[in-house]
Write a protein that binds this ligand. Sequence first.
Ligand code: IPE
Ligand code: IPE
Ligand code: MG
Length: 252
Amino acid sequence: MSMKLPFFKSKQPEQNDLELINVPNHVAIIMDGNGRWAKKRGLPRIAGHKEGMSVVRKITRVASNLNIKILTLYAFSTENWKRPKSEVDFLMKLPIDFLDIYLPEMIENNVRIETIGDFDTLPKSTKEAIQHAKDRTKDNDGLLLNFALNYGSRTEILRAIKHIVSDVSEKDLPVDELDEQFFAKYLYTEGLCDPDLLIRTSGEQRLSNFLLWQLAYTEFWFTDVYWPEFTEGIFKEALLDYQNRKRRYGGI
Ligand code: IPE
Ligand code: IPE
Ligand code: MG
């Protein structure tokens, strides 16, 4: 039996047809369009990133209220280092600002914070702020808010292969044991189910090196809206669309 209810704690409860028993376990979002949003308003690109930060908070709250288990947000790619230093510096400071403001709320709402990507090469202050948040929220069992930060899928796959090759020789692992489950344990997403739904904002329809392995059977949903103007309503639209899809995984 399906249950149709408005969202918990929603400020303006909307009638909608979203089924609370069929929400995706794992939603991944490519939060794109911050720069264009700012440009459209005659603002510097960093104003778009700042605005995008409050949208992260808003969507985290919605996801948590809906009992989505994992929200993976693409925040910085391994290719984003190509941007001007001033923008990169701002983006590296953003997690610090985000956690300064919202960590207490995340703790209160039982959210666990984690990251995927090359954490070690992030600036020290960024790492410290995030590590603190991870430590403070590690025992929470509500929404997993998973930031893809300094993340690139090809690097992730190569890294997995290097670890496997060294484990095969050092630990004498039989190569026959290398199946999909085994391989997935070497990825940053070890232990996480694959995303059920991928959302990309800003009109671009590409993956930009995001979760190439993990998205093999994920449902994709695109919107022209820039990330800073992404709303709870648009998020629900994506979720509703997801609920109306028939996933076949190659079957019939
Ligand atoms: C997404 O917005 C945020 C990051 C990639 C860090 P962009 O900064 O890519 O914004 P556009 O795509 O240039 O508008
Ligand atoms: C993808 O957006 C990365 C993030 C959202 C963090 P980009 O703006 O970097 O992607 P491209 O360059 O348009 O493919
Ligand atoms: Mg972009």
